[in-house]
Write a protein that binds this ligand. Structure first.
Ligand code: IMP
Ligand code: ZN
Length: 349
């Protein structure tokens, strides 16, 4: 089997995908048409080209955060949000994903409350599990550039939603522009959510900030996102790197996202190689497949090609990812699924 087909057919686990960053061109066109047909203003004349960020894009990391408002303008009603969620889940499924933890920041809009926002996504996930051979779970996001009071309100909502939908809502996460806001301010909200039973993942080390990285590792999240600037050669320090090596917190690795936002100069210099050599658990993820024009199978293929991994090693990445999902009750089923694929297609290697 050629590598492209192998990476597509391999049952994969997606653990770091922001809903509004994952909207494909086709989904956005559907949404635009839906707004036009409903006589709604989408409040954006932005072309899709502005939403996508390619490798040679001259926008800096901060500029990259502006593009999400384009997607937000197209997911402001419950119907549009449902359409965006359903189409995005279908795309991950078509790409060979067998389990996804989709994350999103609940928003009050002119047409819905934050509660309705969460309910809408959860209902789409419940419905999609009937039609798709892919399990989906929700992680509720806190945006670090919003006031702390908003984070507290989202923690309340996350706890309520977890009680209401324990089979779908699994975690809470901290994301948003990494140069804005202080991690410590969000610790009370994150701790409350964790004490209520939600798992936590943190965007960590997207920019050079060793002090914050150490605080985050000390918090002991279930996983961290990116971890770009933790190794001493990449903006971290001996302390940040040894804290990660000791804690062995699984890292959600998003290769194309890091290259396209220029957090990493190119694939070859990506910190994947340091994490891999140090035996730190990793999960290959997309981050924002719409913004970065990628897919989960493409991320696996790029990883294999860049770091010369054979198909057995690539499949092992998918198998190991099963251990780090937040829905512990389905870990075994997923492991069996990936293992069956390995037995069928990798035994000769
Ligand atoms: P949403 O939460 O579904 O609205 O997805 C978009 C949001 O995800 C953005 O507004 C950011 O807060 C967050 N996000 C997406 N990509 C990144 C990233 O690479 N770093 C930090 N936050 C991100
Ligand atoms: Zn992210």
């Amino acid at each position: 089997m050629d590598l492209k087909t192998f990476c597509r057919d391999l049952p994969k686990i997606e653990l770091h995908a922001h809903l509004n960053g994952s909207l494909s061109r086709s989904t956005m066109l559907h949404l635009k048409r839906f707004y036009a047909d409903s006589g709604l203003e989408d409040n954006t004349n932005a072309f899709f080209d502005e939403f996508q960020i390619g490798a040679g894009d001259c926008r800096n990391l901060s500029d990259c955060f502006q593009v999400f408002s384009i997607a937000h303008a197209l997911t402001s009603t419950p119907e549009a949000l449902a359409m965006a969620t359903t189409l995005t889940l279908q795309e991950f499924h078509s790409d060979g994903c067998c389990y996804i933890e989709l994350r999103s920041t609940p928003r009050n809009t002119q047409y819905m409350t934050k509660e309705q926002y969460v309910d809408t996504i959860v209902h789409c996930m419940q419905k999609s599990s009937i039609h798709l051979s892919m399990l989906s779970r929700l992680i509720i996001s806190i945006n670090r550039s919003y006031p702390v009071s908003e984070a507290e309100a989202i923690a309340d909502l996350a706890i309520e939603s977890y009680k209401k939908y324990p089979d779908v809502v699994v975690g809470m996460e901290l994301s948003g522009e990494p140069t804005v806001g202080k991690f410590q301010d969000f610790v009370p909200a994150l701790t409350r959510a964790r004490n209520a039973g939600l798992k936590i993942t943190l965007h960590c080390g997207e920019v050079c900030n060793p002090e914050e990285i150490l605080e985050m590792i000390k918090f002991k999240p279930g996983r961290i996102g990116h971890g770009t600037c933790i190794h001493p050669k990449l903006g971290g320090t001996d302390d940040t790197w040894s804290a990660l090596c000791t804690s062995k917190i699984p890292v959600e690795v998003c290769l194309t996202s890091n290259v396209n936002t220029k957090s990493t100069p190119d694939y070859e210099s990506h910190h994947f190689k340091y994490l891999y050599e140090a035996g730190i658990p990793m999960i290959i993820c997309t981050d924002d497949k719409g913004v970065f024009t990628t897919s989960l199978s493409q991320e696996y293929r790029i990883c294999a090609e860049t770091f010369s991994l054979n198909q057995v090693k690539v499949a092992r990445l998918a198998l190991e990812a099963c251990q780090y999902i937040f829905a512990e009750d389905v870990q075994k089923t997923l492991k069996n699924k990936v293992q069956d694929f390995i037995n069928k297609y990798c035994l000769s290697q």
